[in-house]
Design a binder for this molecule. Structure first.
Ligand code: F6P
Length: 359
């Protein structure tokens, strides 16, 4: 008999169901008896004992279904050690529910914050396996997170659509791509869709450089320009400030504009007089079906998680490393953000193609 718990936490993404299916199928085919408990709405379900026993029926037909059959929520890591409004110690509560169900392992699907709590539960003695999900691809220790390529497809498609209308009207267009802290999604979607300017948090931008990229295109006869801008793009002048001041200055901008893209649009418009529009695909980037790449990655990650459970190998994140599925100790990676290296090959290649990063 094997008893496992499953939970999905943090922002959702496209291949959560596909990954859980991989885990459960990988176990069901290799043990006589399997009990699967699904905790509802992220860590909340584990804290407050909101769970249900899942059957093979629950995992049938979900390879292609986006979202998560368990629901999810954001539970900030910094509040995990803080008792709730009724004085309940959340970490104790999670441990009690784990032991009450006599789980052999808790499989946790989530991003950076989720991973930190997963590692905390590991330190508290629970058998944990973490599976790296996020459209942001910002988890250390894995080359790829599931959800990322599905989101790249959606963001790139949005930019493709903008391309045709931008060229018809000779307009400058900003497409704002998700990613407050890291620019992987913007970088990949921007390259995939032929954006002319790509702005990511890791490379603070100089507005004059962006304007000169637009003017250069005009001189060469291209009347339109497409900018792929990450939510977390930051002006060079502000990025150079001490952290506290930097946050204050960014907060001032976000008080005045719905997002940084609108500030960039206004700055370009003032300087060039060109017609400019902003498009924000927003949460569509996390929605819909996982792309085939993510379905395969998720199936491989889920299958490896099943193998680790059968071997009683706990305390790991399942990762993709140089094309191979590997186990990485949770303690080595928990809480480490994987940003884009401004010197990386993708950026060097893109710059050679004439893409401006505003630096
Ligand atoms: O972490 C994934 C992500 O989609 C980020 O790219 C984005 O900045 C954030 O979540 C949006 O969060 P929420 O769903 O809480 O609006």
């Amino acid at each position: 008999m094997v008893r496992i718990g499953l939970l999905t936490s943090g922002g959702d993404c496209q291949a959560l169901n596909a990954t859980m299916r991989g885990v459960v199928k990988g176990l069901a085919n290799n043990v006589d008896q399997l009990e699967v408990y699904g905790f509802m709405n992220g860590y909340k379900g584990l804290i407050y004992g909101d769970y249900r026993m899942l059957t093979s029926q629950d995992f049938s037909g979900i390879l292609t279904r986006g979202g998560t059959i368990l629901g999810t929520s954001r539970q900030p890591f910094k509040l995990m050690r803080t008792p709730d409004e009724n004085g309940l110690d959340k970490v104790d509560a999670m441990k009690q529910n784990y032991y009450k169900l006599r789980l052999d392992c808790l499989v946790i699907l989530g991003g950076n914050g989720t991973q930190k709590t997963a590692n905390l539960l590991r330190e508290e003695g629970l058998n944990i396996i973490h599976l790296p999900k996020t459209i942001d691809n910002d988890i250390s220790g894995t080359d790829m997170t599931f959800g990322f390529y599905s989101a790249v497809n959606i963001a790139a498609e949005a930019i493709d659509c903008i391309h045709t209308t931008a060229s018809s009207h000779n307009r400058v267009f900003i497409v704002e791509v998700m990613g407050h802290k890291v620019g992987w999604l913007t970088l990949y979607a921007g390259i995939a869709s032929g954006a002319d300017v790509i702005l990511i948090p890791e490379i603070p931008y100089d507005i004059d450089k962006i304007i000169s990229a637009i003017n250069k295109r005009k001189e060469r006869g291209s009347g339109f320009t497409i900018l792929a801008v990450a939510e977390g793009a930051i002006p060079k002048k502000i990025a150079a400030l001490p952290k506290k001041e930097m946050k204050k200055e960014m907060a001032k901008i976000l008080e005045k504009y719905p997002s940084i893209s609108y500030k960039i649009a206004e700055d370009i418009q003032k300087e060039t007089g060109l017609e400019i529009r902003v498009t924000v695909p927003g949460h569509t980037q996390r929605g819909g079906s996982p792309c085939p790449y993510d379905r395969i990655l998720s199936t491989r990650i889920g299958s490896e998680a099943a193998k680790l459970i059968l071997e009683k190998n706990f305390g790991y994140m399942v990762a993709l490393v140089n094309g191979k599925i590997k186990k990485v100790p949770l303690e080595d990676v928990a809480g480490k953000l994987k940003g884009v290296d401004p010197e990386c090959q993708e950026i060097a290649d893109a710059k050679r193609m004439g893409i401006s990063f505003g630096d």
